[in-house]
Design a protein around this ligand. Structure first.
Ligand code: NAP
Length: 315
């Protein structure tokens, strides 16, 4: 009797140990080069772990491709229309990361408003010799106005946390939501009103052709000089040069960025030299618990797709 071959899966590596354990040797893993160069033998699945580009040309190089499973909810690196045209389902990991990503948005709001990173450096330095009630005054969070751009799954979790800080909540989506919990008292506004009225502008929309460069020089100039910009979405939603200029000229108070464009920023980039920006290396969903749930869901989607069954979560 001939042994059935394992499904062949091209994966973006290095894969985390958890992902490998969950795959449990059920697939034959092939290196990402195969996606770039193609191969003569059929490839059954594609597992995307980072942000390598997956478009129709990649899909066409992998004959027999049945599924693309993404570790993460954002799929700006995958041409979903190309996959749809070829009848290939694309799985992602929504919902399981809402809480962790929203927590990170609040972490950046608090750290930016209260100048935590600057304060940490100062507390460790030789310059800290006495407590001065006049130094390093920040901006309040409680009772201030937050403007959420992208009131989706994660945006709603950000709003819940802001409500607990007694914040006044504004939001902007392309469509008003009618299903928001009334206790949030969230007000749907125009994008311009959100920019001019918010003390914290939180970006949590997907990166699409429409949202690329959504925050540029013009939008930054509409924000309050005391406002704080938080980007937990994707770096490309903000024009990096415009933001650098606005921070340099103190046109806004501070920026808290989980994501940048490019990512990482080149080591000599001017943004890295400014004290009124706090940058995290894309840590939105990076907790042990959430990353485990993302691994479980993405591997489950992969295995379902390889078996020709509907995925648990598709884009
Ligand atoms: P979601 O539930 O689909 O929510 C996205 C929201 O953005 C929707 O409410 C949508 O409303 C709105 N939106 C879409 N296009 C818009 C536009 N042109 N202008 C204004 N609003 C727009 O997605 P999610 O699960 O909350 O995730 C959102 C994004 O967060 C992901 O795509 C990903 O890029 C990012 N993310 C980042 C991290 C991280 O580690 N930093 C982690 C997870 C997710 P309308 O359709 O009504 O406009």
């Amino acid at each position: 009797m001939t042994e059935q071959r394992k499904p062949r899966v091209v994966a973006d590596t290095p894969l985390a140990d958890t992902v490998l354990e969950l795959m449990d040797n059920r697939v034959e893993l092939l290196p990402w080069d195969v996606a770039l160069e193609g191969c003569d033998d059929p490839v059954d699945g594609l597992y995307t772990y980072g942000h390598l580009e997956v478009d129709g040309s990649v899909m066409d190089r992998l004959s027999g491709l049945k599924v693309i499973s993404n570790f993460g909810v954002g799929v700006d690196h995958i041409n979903v229309q190309d996959a749809r045209d070829r009848g290939i389902p694309v799985g992602n990991t929504p919902n399981v990361l809402n809480g962790a990503t929203a927590d990170m948005a609040l972490t950046l709001m608090l750290a930016s408003g209260r100048r935590l990173v600057e304060g940490d450096c100062y507390a460790r330095s030789a310059e800290f010799t006495y407590y001065d009630p006049g130094y390093m005054l920040g901006r309040e969070i409680h009772s201030e106005t937050v403007g959420i751009v992208g009131m989706g799954r994660i945006g709603l979790e950000v709003a819940r946390r802001c409500a607990a800080f007694n914040m006044n909540i504004l939001y902007y989506n392309r469509r008003e939501r009618t299903d928001l919990p009334p206790e949030l008292n969230a007000t749907y506004t125009s994008f311009d009103d959100l920019l001019t009225e918010s003390d914290y502008v939180v970006l949590v929309c997907p990166l699409t052709d429409e949202t690329r460069g959504l925050i540029g020089a013009e939008q930054l100039s509409k924000m309050k000089q005391t406002a704080i910009l938080i980007n937990i979405a994707r770096g490309g939603v903000v024009d990096t040069d415009a933001l650098t200029n606005a921070l340099k000229n103190c046109e806004i108070y501070h920026a808290g960025l989980d994501v940048t464009e490019p990512e990482p920023l080149p080591r000599g980039h001017e943004l890295l030299s400014l004290s009124n920006v706090t940058i995290a290396p894309h840590l939105g969903s990076a907790t042990e618990q959430t990353r485990f749930k993302m691994a479980e869901l993405s591997v489950e989607n992969l295995m379902l797709g390889l078996a020709g069954e509907p995925l648990r979560t598709t884009v």
